[in-house]
Design a protein around this ligand. Structure first.
Ligand SMILES: *[C@@H]1O[C@H](CO)[C@@H](O)[C@H](O)[C@H]1NC(C)=O
Ligand SMILES: *[C@@H]1O[C@H](CO)[C@@H](O)[C@H](O)[C@H]1NC(C)=O
Ligand SMILES: *[C@@H]1O[C@H](CO)[C@@H](O)[C@H](O)[C@H]1NC(C)=O
Ligand SMILES: *[C@@H]1O[C@H](CO)[C@@H](O)[C@H](O)[C@H]1NC(C)=O
Length: 372
């Protein structure tokens, strides 16, 4: 069956309004009619409440963990969707979040196809389970012209093929891709197309990724415009290990964020003499449990952030790259005599409070205990 654009229609269409309206309004539109949030966690929510979100710019829909499959069955597959195109064209939506639901892929991709008629720029999917498989689109890239796509804790039955499949429903202008808590980043690279405009790839909060997983996540030649690579709390072990993955994948970022990984001081013996991309000028090694400046860093940087580590003495110039802006705050050598450091797994009290609430904290503390 050809995919049926539903979720959106269902939210916009009075067809599915239940006769007994529940008491609480699932949707709230703020006074300026900019931000609209719907939380359909009620067992029998008033779906029509979503109509008020049509006027908003930032829209969030949360499904209360329910399966949206039944709406597929209720939707008449012969419905003429053309009548909805004008509605979608008139939407002011710039940013859309959809979360906490089980969604058939045909519904998700149908919605993306309909959103191709909207001016949507940012899409966030979180806590979603995408079920079923779908035929590829008949026409290329009919979906929305997104600049930012964020996925957090989204699972797909298609496994490693999910990115390639999702990509078919988007126009190619994506600039920022953020994938956290992914089930698989072991992409089927030959199916993934080039992301010609992608400047920022954020794979933070994938603590089991590691350097070996990064190899398959950074599909070679697919990210030619990459400038910023964010790998916070991504199970990275050594800077030089990351260097060799970058070399292998041929990506040349200007900025690399390795903060909130529990990094080892030593260069990985298996990867001697790795050459960092010459474009790299920013390296963030904060919150990494480091007791010394790691070996094998790039020879020259504009910014090196070593804050909130466990450096017990001021690094010697010969240990450091040539750096314009070196950040060292929150290391024990700066306020020696503060006993708190050892009590709090070697982290400065300020840093510890900064780190709390970051999902990488646990890994970091475990790292600190491992080195203790
Ligand atoms: C939706 O409402 C439920 C129940 O009130 C609540 O537990 C949940 O945190 C809410 N979800 C969001 C995303 O606001
Ligand atoms: C991830 O999403 C699933 C629904 O697909 C949900 O059951 C689970 O609680 C979420 N996990 C986290 C850590 O939020
Ligand atoms: C990643 O995918 C390849 C095939 O594309 C497979 O051989 C390999 O075992 C997978 N790795 C993991 C860790 O799942
Ligand atoms: C480095 O990363 C930490 C934690 O992710 C962040 O707080 C800090 O602002 C970053 N440093 C720079 C210079 O951006």
């Amino acid at each position: 069956m050809e995919c049926v654009p539903c979720l959106l229609l269902l939210l916009l269409s009075p067809l599915y309004i239940s006769a007994d309206l529940p008491e609480s309004e699932p949707c709230e539109l703020d006074e300026d009619a900019v931000h609209c949030v719907c939380n359909f966690s009620d067992p029998d929510p008033d779906w029509s409440s979503a109509l008020q979100c049509m006027a908003a710019v930032d829209v969030e829909f949360y499904g209360g963990g329910r399966s949206l499959e039944r709406f597929l069955l209720r939707l008449n597959p012969n419905a003429d969707l053309r009548q909805y195109i004008d509605i979608v064209k008139s939407l002011r939506w710039q940013r859309l979040t959809v979360g906490v639901a089980r969604v058939p892929s045909s519904m998700l991709f149908g919605v993306l196809q309909m959103l191709g008629y909207s001016g949507l720029r940012e899409l966030t999917l979180e806590d979603l389970e995408v079920t079923g498989t779908t035929q590829p689109p008949l026409l290329e890239s009919r979906g929305p012209d997104l600049t930012v796509l964020r996925l957090r804790n989204v699972s797909w039955v298609t496994g490693d093929a999910w990115l390639a499949e999702l990509q078919q429903w988007l126009k190619p202008g994506l600039q920022v891709l953020n994938i956290a808590q992914a089930q698989s980043l072991n992409f089927s690279c030959e199916q993934v197309r080039i992301f010609p405009a992608l400047t920022t790839l954020d794979l933070s909060d994938n603590p089991r990724l590691g350097e070996s997983g990064l190899v398959s996540a950074l599909c070679p030649q697919k990210f030619p415009a990459l400038q910023v690579l964010e790998l916070r709390n991504a199970g990275m072990e050594t800077p030089s290990g990351v260097c060799s993955v970058l070399e292998k994948a041929g990506v040349q970022p200007q900025q690399l964020d390795l903060s909130h990984n529990s990094l080892q001081d030593t260069a990985n013996p298996g990867t001697p003499g790795c050459v960092w991309p010459s474009s790299l000028n920013f390296l963030n090694l904060s919150f990494a449990g480091l007791e010394q400046v790691p070996k094998g860093l790039p020879p020259k940087l504009s910014v090196l952030d070593l804050s909130c580590n466990r450096l017990n003495r001021k690094p010697r110039p010969d240990e450091l790259p040539k750096v314009d802006n070196l950040l060292l705050k929150g290391n024990p050598f700066l306020d020696s005599g503060t006993q708190e450091y050892t009590k709090n797994s070697g982290m400065s009290p300020t840093c510890l409070s900064l780190a709390m609430g970051m999902s990488g904290t646990l890994a970091l503390l475990q790292g600190a205990w491992r080195f203790a």
